[in-house]
Design a binder for this molecule. Structure first.
Ligand SMILES: Nc1ncnc2c1ncn2[C@@H]1O[C@H](COP(=O)(O)OP(=O)(O)OP(=O)(O)O)[C@@H](O)[C@H]1O
Ligand SMILES: [Mg+2]
Length: 269
C-alpha cells in the first residue's frame, strides 16, 4: 500500500526506487530509494548527497526520463510516466547546448519544436536572452562562450518554455566559486519572477544553503533522504546572506550530516 501524495503538492515522489537492470556483464544496480518527496508549489528545494548516491537518477525519475522500478511520481496531480510532461523543464549536469547553433537558435529551438509562430518565437527568445544577460552574444556559437555563459544558454533554453517546475542537475558544477554565487543570484531572481518550483541538485553545500527554502541531504547509494533542513530565508534574498551568521550554522549542520555519509560511501568508516 503506498500513501498518496500530500494534498496540494506540486510534484511528488512516493516510495520511489530505481534499480538499473543488469547489462553487459554488470549486475543490477540499486541506485535510488525507496524515497519520498513532496515539493510545494513555488518552493526552492536543493538536494545534496555523496557522489554516486543517485541524485541524477532522482532528477531523471522526477522528470519522467527514467521510469521508477517501484513507487509513483506525480506532477500537478497526474502520474508522470515515460515522457517529460508539459510544464517541466530540465537543465542537465553536462552542457547540453547544440554546438552547431548560435545562442539565439539554441534558445529558440524548443519554441520552434513546439510550432510557435515566428512572432512568438522572436518575442520569447529575445526576452530570455535579455533576462540571462546574453544580448551581446546572441549570434555567437557555444564554443565562443565562457563556461558560465554556456550554462546561461542552457538555462535560457529551458526558461523560454516557461516551465512550472524546473529541475537543475548541478548546473554550476564546472564554474568557479564567484561565478557560481552570481549565477545563484540569477537563479533566485528567475525563481522569484517566474513563481516556478525549483529542484536543484548540487554538490556545493554553500550553494544549497544559500539558494533553497529546504535542503534534502541524501544518504550514500541507494540514496534516500537522511534529513531535510529548512533554511527559513526570506523570499527576497541573494548571495550576501553568505555573511549572515545563520548561514554558517546552516552549512555546518548540513556538512556534519553529509561528512559521515560521504566517508561511508568512499569505503571509510
Ligand atoms: N544508465 C545507467 N545504467 C546503470 N547504472 C547507472 C546508470 N545511471 C547511473 N547509474 C548508476 O547509478 C548510481 C547513481 O548514479 P547517479 O548518476 O544518479 O548519481 P549522482 O548522485 O548523480 O552522482 P554524481 O554526484 O557523481 O553526479 C551510480 O552508481 C551509477 O553508476
Ligand atoms: Mg549526478
Amino acid at each position: 500500500m503506498t500513501a498518496a501524495p500530500a494534498a496540494g503538492a506540486h510534484a511528488s515522489l512516493r516510495d520511489v526506487t530505481r534499480i538499473y537492470p543488469p547489462r553487459a556483464g554488470r549486475p543490477a544496480l540499486h541506485a535510488l530509494g525507496p524515497v519520498s518527496l513532496d515539493l510545494a508549489r513555488g518552493e526552492f528545494f536543493a538536494v545534496v548527497g555523496p557522489s554516486g548516491c543517485g541524485k541524477s537518477t532522482l532528477l531523471d525519475v522526477m522528470a519522467g526520463l527514467v521510469a521508477p522500478s517501484a513507487g509513483t511520481v506525480t506532477f500537478e496531480g497526474k502520474p508522470v510516466y515515460a515522457q517529460v510532461p508539459d510544464g517541466i523543464g530540465v537543465v542537465f549536469q553536462e552542457d547540453a547546448s547544440f554546438p552547431w547553433l548560435t545562442v539565439y537558435d539554441n534558445i529558440a529551438f524548443g519554441l520552434r519544436q513546439e510550432g510557435r509562430t515566428a512572432n512568438e518565437v522572436r518575442a520569447s527568445t529575445e526576452f530570455a536572452i535579455d533576462f540571462m544577460g546574453l544580448k551581446e552574444f546572441a549570434s555567437a556559437y557555444p564554443a565562443q562562450l565562457s563556461g558560465g555563459m554556456r550554462q546561461r544558454v542552457c538555462i535560457a533554453r529551458t526558461l523560454v518554455l516557461k516551465p512550472r517546475l524546473i529541475l537543475l542537475d548541478e548546473p554550476f558544477g564546472a564554474l568557479d566559486q564567484q561565478t557560481r554565487l552570481l549565477m545563484g543570484d540569477e537563479l533566485l531572481r528567475l525563481w522569484r519572477e517566474t513563481g516556478a518550483t525549483i529542484l536543484l541538485i548540487t554538490h556545493a553545500i554553500d550553494e544549497a544553503a544559500m539558494l533553497a527554502d529546504r535542503v534534502g541531504i541524501m544518504s550514500a547509494r541507494p540514496g534516500t533522504f537522511m534529513d531535510v533542513v529548512s533554511t527559513d530565508w526570506p523570499r527576497e534574498r541573494d548571495s550576501t546572506i553568505v555573511s549572515d551568521p545563520a548561514f554558517g550554522l546552516l552549512t555546518s549542520r548540513i556538512w556534519t550530516l553529509l561528512r559521515a555519509e560521504s566517508l561511508r560511501s568512499m569505503g571509510h568508516k
